[in-house]
Design a protein. Structure first.
Length: 270
């Protein structure tokens, strides 16, 4: 049976995160994975606890998580039948380890070729972003909605991860930025949510994994936002291959942003 109450899923995520993460915050210990990213005890313990809690409550739903080995991830994706939890137990591990309070736990429910629901929880601010497909998005108990006073691109604040863009595009953005200011905070799932909440205006990332964007992209979509890859395709596809993303909450700003990037969306945007 699939969950129908987003609050039940959010409560489970919050309970596990509040139990496992605070005591491990700012612990400068960890090791490098094959891709060079950092993994800590908090990542491993959080994933184990979250998987156990989810499967105890919904035993028929499988799980794919960032800290599983590649073979286990592939097997989970191949055998998805009655839904699949996609989890990032600690998005923003480097921030967490260094004592920077910008990190989150991300959980999405995948059903076939769509994300059914998403939860992104920021323990440091006690902010829980949630969404259910076709039902809207929320920050704690408040609905997320588009701002009525969207800025033009020239006055926008951008969240851009330059590191994972092509040298040509990163150089162009550095030399001729079309926006007023730029930030990069280091936690993809939370970036999507801050965009959905109107805390920034446009977004760009060149290479993010399924567990980074699955929940956050649904939250943005249900808040009324738009996103495509740099090739103009839908950001979400049920694959482990990394995806790029260009996004904005406001439709006109999204058009300005994709025009500047030279993207021709194959669809309006997720």
């Amino acid at each position: 049976m699939l969950p129908e109450n987003i609050n039940e899923v959010a409560a489970l995520v919050r309970a596990v995160a509040d139990r496992e993460l605070p005591s491990r915050f700012a612990c400068q210990c960890g090791s490098k994975k094959a891709d060079g990213s950092l993994v800590t005890e908090a990542d491993i313990v959080m994933q184990e606890a979250l998987v156990q809690a989810l499967q105890q409550r919904w035993p028929s739903i499988g799980v794919v998580g960032e800290e599983m080995d590649a073979a286990t991830q592939q097997q989970a994706m191949a055998h998805e039948q009655q839904g699949l939890w996609c989890i990032d137990p600690l998005d923003g591990t480097s921030n967490f380890s260094a004592g920077i309070p910008y990190y989150a736990v991300s959980v999405a429910l995948l059903c076939g070729d769509e994300v059914r629901l998403g939860v992104v929880y920021d323990p440091s601010r006690q902010e829980c972003f949630t969404a259910m497909r076709g039902r809207g998005a929320w920050l704690n108990d408040e609905p997320l909605r588009r701002r009525e006073d969207a800025l033009p691109l020239s006055q926008a604040m951008a969240l851009v991860d330059l590191k994972r863009l092509s040298a040509e595009l990163a150089g162009r953005l550095a030399a001729e930025p079309p926006y007023q200011s730029q930030r990069s905070f280091g936690a993809v799932a939370l970036d999507w949510c801050w965009l959905a909440a109107g805390r920034c205006d446009v977004y760009l990332h060149g290479r993010q994994k399924l567990w980074d964007y699955a929940a956050g992209s649904l939250i943005l979509q249900e808040a009324g936002g738009h996103a495509v890859t740099l090739q103009g395709d839908s950001v979400f596809v049920p694959t482990l291959e990394p995806r790029s993303a260009a996004a904005a909450l406001d439709a006109d700003l999204f058009r300005q942003w994709t025009d500047w990037l030279g993207i021709t969306p194959t669809r309006k945007g997720d």
